[in-house]
Design a protein around this ligand. Structure first.
Ligand SMILES: CC(C)(COP(=O)(O)OP(=O)(O)OC[C@H]1O[C@@H](n2cnc3c(N)ncnc32)[C@H](O)[C@@H]1OP(=O)(O)O)[C@@H](O)C(=O)NCCC(=O)NCCS
Length: 221
């Protein structure tokens, strides 16, 4: 059993935290590709390309090559768009972690540390829509430290923080490809209360679904 402890973020964690976030998110490219391959319009494009080339060339080689090329190009484009999203997050709250999380009231950033390395992260800040709710963000655990209960412990830290600050609930967003994360949140008691497709062209094309989760803080009399 690996021993770990959860502590507040320190400036020397900066690079490790950003790297862990980028690594955790980039793991989703293969799952995203599978998700895209299940979209009806993608299946239609691939099937039409295959059938048209098969009937026009009367050869199997050309349609197979064309579909392979389309798949390889799609994989590259998806990887590129996803890396833009990761860079966007790194330029947002993760650019100046101290100011964003430790310099503002009702917010905090924690890391899980094991064997003197940062192996997990989580952040919390007041929700922009409902200030009495706390938003959980940037949950990530290093791959070789998963399945040890670290994410659960990080979640409990955020829930305790919410209780201490008199918040009514902890809320968070997950994407349709984050299956392990959803199972983890549900195992703690978070409930999904709203789902929507991202209202952008990319969102509709990819059926990019966001699930909102909520954990109500029990009232203490
Ligand atoms: C999601 C993530 C944080 C889970 O971290 P973890 O430390 O392995 O999770 P835990 O060990 O605390 O697991 C807690 C519960 O989650 C569920 N769970 C976690 N990983 C799972 C998996 N691969 N399959 C099934 N259930 C899983 C289980 O219910 C588990 O409880 P149990 O061990 O009592 O059965 C980790 O996989 C990760 O960093 N993923 C990439 C980044 C990411 O998706 N972040 C979430 C953004 S919303």
């Amino acid at each position: 059993m690996v021993a770990y402890r959860i502590r507040r973020y320190r400036d020397e964690d900066y690079e490790a935290v950003r790297e862990m976030f980028a690594m955790g998110m980039s793991e989703y490219v293969p799952t995203l590709c599978v998700h895209m391959l299940k979209q009806p319009w993608v299946i239609l494009v691939l099937a039409c390309t295959f059938c048209l080339l098969l009937t026009s060339s009367r050869s199997l080689l050309l349609p197979i090559l064309a579909v392979t090329l389309l798949l390889a190009t799609g994989r590259q484009v998806l990887g590129y768009v996803w890396s833009l999203y990761i860079e966007h997050c790194l330029r947002e709250d993760l650019l100046d972690i101290r100011t964003t999380y430790l310099g503002s009231k009702g917010a905090c950033f924690w890391v899980a540390e094991a064997e003197e390395c940062v192996v997990g992260t989580v952040a919390a800040r007041p929700s922009e829509e409902q200030p009495e709710e706390l938003t959980l963000k940037r949950m990530s655990v290093r791959k070789d430290y998963r399945g040890l209960g670290i994410a659960k412990a990080l979640c409990q830290t955020v829930i305790r923080f919410a209780q201490e600050h008199g918040c009514q609930a902890v809320v968070l967003n997950t994407l349709m490809v984050q299956h392990e994360a959803r199972m983890m949140y549900e195992s703690i008691g978070f409930c999904s209360y709203h789902q929507y497709v991202l209202p952008t062209v990319y969102g509709w094309l990819a059926n990019f679904t966001v699930s909102k989760y909520r954990y109500d803080i029990p009232c203490v009399d």
